[in-house]
Design a protein around this ligand. Structure first.
Ligand code: ADP
Length: 525
């Protein structure tokens, strides 16, 4: 551990007030800044909007040398640097949008100590020319933004981040390293720390809970109607609608425009000029709603976003929380709504199948998809579910659609036993669809070909549709009675909890809508 011997003339508190006009640090900021100023490599995990930037910018202003900020957000570097310069902070960036002359000017400014912060993309460090230049500079600190990109377990793995592990130790001035991310499961956090040489004790994790966000999962509704109604009822609020594909984003965008709303679209297929215009119109409240793919949002600092609607589920709970977290950064109440249909996950599986990821990485992608399926199928507190996924705990939020769900809890132990025993009879070798077909007594070709119609569990849930049984299986998976140990070939297996149900050692309940009936006793209908 390097301990900096000298004392600083200004304190972090002075910097906070002088450059940012804030009076107090947010949770975690002070601890992170102190660690960094003491030369300790640090991993900072804070939710979106938690104030990560300050954690490296304040030290940057106090340390002697240069702070290098590694960020994948090339399109935002200019905005980030402009806003620092507006606050009187000497900052610059180097990225592929500049010509050689501009790059040289920035490097000269860095060499002449005219810059405190320099933003670069990770690929830049792989260039030997740049590394040679860097070796002549006194780099005090390296901030790795969106650090989860270094982990193959993360939802946004980037190859260029991986080489940081071998490149950073080569930097002669031996800068302190601070890695920052909003989304890291325990596994991802460990991976980051190993790769960037950060001692386990130096992880600073602030609470993941966002008490001002109300999470909602909406299933089985016409998504377009829902969006139109919602946007109409919230016309005076800013919102983001996320779609999984450009095509879907365009379709929702034109639907909203046709209905007379101030809406625009943002995705990677648009020209830089259009993207910039739409982004700025949204930032400066000239638009009320922006329909976007995941190309939009990383690093965008608009504090008064009141709602985020996902018209389609993203490929992981990490991505979902990061996108949903863009609502309510100002601390006022906001909503995060996921409009779910089973096809959403098929789209994500298709993305995975067509991606060029290697087998190990594909497995992670499928695991991530399953985390999303589990989220939409849990009946526990949604926010608690997410926070637990990130390895923390919290009480129930009392505001999400599950906490406020007043439907009646029904005992479904017997139905569960039917499903679980069918999984066992099928030797835990098949997936959800086939199990549901067998239970429903389907005459599908595959069922008959495999002779599954001879099983004693064939047709024991005949009164239900295959899709309903599949949904029940999803619920049992989300509730940990069933599991899919091999994400690439999702065959259902019983968990220990599931085995207890089969042995009659426990019961299962589920909330179901009350049957509306004219008869005095709903059970009669
Ligand atoms: P993150 O990168 O974690 O998503 P940012 O660094 O963009 O978050 O910060 C989110 C917002 O919070 C910004 O507008 C920032 O200026 C503001 N902010 C950060 N720290 C503080 C603080 N200590 N007091 C008040 N506002 C803060």
């Amino acid at each position: 551990m390097k301990v900096l011997e000298r004392s600083f003339v200004l304190t972090p508190q002075d910097i906070l007030e002088k450059y940012y006009g804030y009076t107090e640090f947010r949770p975690g900021q002070k601890k992170i800044i102190d660690q960094v100023l003491h030369g300790q490599n640090t991993l900072a995990i804070m939710p979106t909007g938690g104030g990560k930037s300050l954690c490296y910018q304040v030290p940057a202003l106090l340390l002697d040398g240069l702070t290098l900020v590694v960020s994948p957000l090339i399109s935002l570097m200019k905005d980030q640097v402009d806003s620092l310069q507006d606050s009187g902070i000497k900052a610059g960036f180097i990225n592929s949008s500049q010509d050689w002359n501009e790059t040289r000017q920035i490097l000269t400014a860095a060499t002449n100590k005219q810059l405190k912060l320099l933003y670069i993309a990770p690929e830049r460090l792989e260039q030997s020319g740049f590394m040679n230049q860097l070796q002549r500079l006194n780099v005090s600190l390296i901030a790795i933004d969106e650090a989860h990109c270094i982990s193959q377990w993360g939802h946004d793995f980037r190859k260029s981040y991986l080489s940081l592990s071998s490149i950073l130790p080569q930097i002669k001035s031996q800068p302190t390293i601070i890695a920052l991310t909003a989304t890291a499961t325990t596994q991802v956090a460990q991976d980051i720390m190993v790769r960037l040489n950060i001692p386990t004790d130096n992880e600073v994790k602030t609470g993941f809970a966002r008490p001002n966000l109300a999470f909602k999962v909406v299933k089985g509704q016409n998504k377009n109607d829902y969006i139109l109604r919602y946007v109409k009822a919230n016309q005076n609020s800013a919102g983001i609608i996320y779609a999984a594909t450009r095509k879907k984003a365009e379709q929702i965008g034109s639907m909203l425009k046709k209905a007379g709303f101030k809406a625009a679209v943002y995705h990677a297929g648009l020209t830089e000029a259009v993207k910039k215009k739409n982004q700025e119109d949204f930032l400066f409240d000239r638009l009320s709603v922006i329909v976007a793919t995941n190309a939009f949002g990383m690093g965008i600092d608009k504090s008064n976003v009141r709602y985020i609607i996902h018209a389609q589920a993203p490929g992981s709970l990490e991505a979902y929380y990061q996108e949903a977290g863009r609502a309510g950064r100002d601390g006022a109440n906001a909503e995060a709504i996921l409009l779910y249909s089973a096809q959403d996950m098929q789209i994500q599986r298709l993305f995975a199948e067509n991606s060029d990821a290697d087998d190990k990485h594909k497995e992670v992608i499928y695991l991530n998809i399953q985390s999303m399926v589990n989220y939409v199928n849990t009946q526990n507190c949604l926010q608690q579910f997410i926070v637990r996924y990130f390895g923390q705990d919290m009480d129930e939020c009392n505001t999400c659609s599950n906490c406020t769900d007043d439907r009646q809890e029904t005992d479904i132990t017997v139905t569960t036993q039917k499903i679980l025993s069918c999984v066992m009879r099928m030797h835990q070798r098949y997936g959800k669809k086939l199990v549901a077909q067998v239970l429903a007594g389907s005459k599908a070709k595959r069922v008959l070909e495999l002779g599954l119609n001879d099983l004693s569990t064939y047709g024991i849930m005949r009164q239900q549709k295959t899709a309903q049984i599949e949904e029940l299986i999803d619920y049992l998976t989300a509730s940990d009675y069933l599991t899919l140990p091999d994400p690439q070939y999702p065959t259902l297996h019983l968990t220990e909890l599931g085995a207890q149900i089969l042995r009659g050692q426990n019961t299962v309940t589920r909330k179901v809508a009350l049957i509306k009936s004219n008869s005095a006793n709903p059970e009669d209908s």
